[in-house]
Every structure is written in structure tokens, then in C-alpha cells.
Design a protein around this ligand. Sequence first.
Ligand SMILES: Cc1cc2nc3c(=O)[nH]c(=O)nc-3n(C[C@H](O)[C@H](O)[C@H](O)COP(=O)(O)OP(=O)(O)OC[C@H]3O[C@@H](n4cnc5c(N)ncnc54)[C@H](O)[C@@H]3O)c2cc1C
Length: 320
Amino acid sequence: MATGKEFWVFSEKQNLLSELAAGVRSLVDPDEGLVAAVVWGTRQESEQAAGKANRVYWLGERPQDALVEDCVPTLARLVQEQNPYGLVVGSTRRGKAVAGRLAARLGVTVVTDVLEFQPDGDGLTARHMIWGGGAVRLEKIASPPVIATVGPGVFDAQIVQSVSPGEIIEVPFVEPEWRLTLRERKTRPPAAVNLASARKVVCSGRGVANMQDLSMIEELARLMGAEIACTRPLAEGLDWLPRERYIGVSGAFVKPDIYMGIGVSGQVQHTVGMSGSRVVVAINKDANAPIFAQADYGIVGDLYSVVPALINAIKARRGT
Ligand SMILES: Cc1cc2nc3c(=O)[nH]c(=O)nc-3n(C[C@H](O)[C@H](O)[C@H](O)COP(=O)(O)OP(=O)(O)OC[C@H]3O[C@@H](n4cnc5c(N)ncnc54)[C@H](O)[C@@H]3O)c2cc1C
């Protein structure tokens, strides 16, 4: 066990908070240490968190116009008072800002984009991505407090054993010296997909020449009962698919039973997000595409021939 002390988790996203609480549980000695969730949100959110953690530090209700980073002074004071072993922050845009600002206040570093923690003597070693996912570094964390960020889908929320509801401790909020002003809020359509829990994923890459051609891939995904995903260029830049559908270091992490990459080259920033897939199928017209190094089954061919052939084969087999 890494620690007999408190390991904290924080995220403004409830699902991610549950994943983090589940993930750090194995790092805490149940007889001596505990998992605590830090919540700045509704009372109901703090009660939900209490179902996942042994203790909740509740910073109170977050005002509608407050940005998540405004809780950093409160977090910093809490860390100084309670001296936890570590704090794992959900790696969202706001979460990264919280982790960075908090670490700067405390004079410690942040270990970003952690993929795994391994107990290491009295401390911890973190396996984490660097250079935008271009490499993975093993970093021994010598001295607490450990501040780290972990993205969605890295830990499995399902593995959390039932925990008797933790105590909720109300923490006085420390007003920040200066506040970010929220000028405008634009509502994005609600996320239609939770890729992290998808059992089958069909992922389109830049090999798809036109947005209209995605309908062919969608048909294949529908026949397979798979979720549609994509590489980053299709979601950021081309805007063919919503951002929550792209896989990779800056997108979602998936661990499906089947991942099928269609016209995906297999750059490392993408593959770190799908390397937990059980079976990888790749369709690419370039036999040297890096994705084939990860593939269990590879089809070298033009997706405009291969995908219709697969659709026809599935339909023929089903007699439809
Ligand atoms: C800091 C940073 C973070 C990033 N984060 C992410 C991330 O989270 N997720 C992500 O996906 N990317 C990310 N990227 C981008 C990443 O580096 C790659 O550029 C991207 O993954 C490439 O997407 P792609 O495979 O769709 O396109 P390409 O690399 O252009 O590959 C297209 C592939 O399609 C094949 N192809 C073309 N036509 C056909 C056809 N007709 N039939 C079959 N095959 C065909 C080609 O042979 C090629 O292999 C990041 C980059 C940076 C710098």
C-alpha cells in the first residue's frame, strides 16, 4: 500500500470523480488511510460522492457564475491544514487549471496525464504521458503532497467496492483574491455518448474524404452495435463529429472489446487512448500505417471498397 493517510480526489464532473475515487482506492491502506472526495457543488453532489469515498470535504454550493478555478484558495488551505498524501484531479480543461494553480500555490509539481500509479516502497511511481502523449514516463513521486491529473476512462468506476457512506465535512470557502468573470455561457448539446464504457467502437480517421461518407461508417457501426468515434482532426478542425467522440491523449480513453479503426493512421496521440482495447481491427490503404503495429486484424485496402463489403457481408449473413 502506498499510504496510510488520506488520498483525495477532485473533479467538477461527477462521473469522473467516481472513477478517480475507485482508482485511488487500491493505493490506500483501508485500515489506516482513506479516500476523500473534494466537492464544490450541490449538497446532492456531495452526498453522491459520499457513496464513493470514505469522506467528503464539501466546499459548499458553487454559484452559477463561478468558475471551477475559484476554489483553488480553499483547496490550498485545506491541503495545508489536512496534509493529505495526495490529490488526484480530473483532467478536464477546468481540472487542469485547478491542478496547475494549486500546485503553484503549494510550491509542488503536478504529474499530468497519469495512466497508472504503482506503489513503490514508501511512495508511488506514476506512469504518465508526456510530450502530448508522444511518450510515457515513469516518475517516482518522492514527497507528498502528490498532485496529479487523470483523464476520463483511465480508471474504471465499476471496480469501486460498496463503501458505507462517508462523512461529509463542510469546509468554509475562501474567497479568491480575484475572480474570473463569466461573461457568457453557451450550452453545448448534452454528450450523447460515453465512449469510455462502450464495448464496441468504430473509429473514423482522416482517411474518410468527406463528411457525407461518415454515413457509410455509421451504417457499419449500427450493424455491429458499436459506438461511433473518430480521431481528433475529424472533431477539432473539420467539426464533422462532436468533440466527445474523439479518442486519444486529449480526448476519450476507451477500453472496448472491439476497436475498429477506419482510415486511422495510428499516431501515438490517438493510440494511447485506445491501447486498452481487447481486439483491434484496422482498415487502411497504407500497409505501413503505424496502426497495423497495434492491430490484431488488419485489412490493407481502400475503405471505400472494404466498408461496403463488410456491410454487405454482415447483411448477407443476417439475411437482410
Ligand atoms: C498535442 C497533440 C495532441 C493530440 N491529441 C490527439 C488525440 O487526442 N486524438 C487524436 O486522434 N489525435 C490527436 N492528435 C493528432 C495526432 O497527432 C494525429 O494527427 C491524428 O491522430 C491523425 O488522425 P488520422 O489518423 O485520422 O489522420 P492521418 O494521420 O492523416 O491518417 C489518415 C490515414 O488514412 C489512411 N487513408 C487515407 N485514405 C484512405 C482510404 N481511402 N482507405 C483507407 N485508408 C485511407 C492513410 O493511409 C492514413 O494512414 C494530437 C496532436 C498533438 C500535437
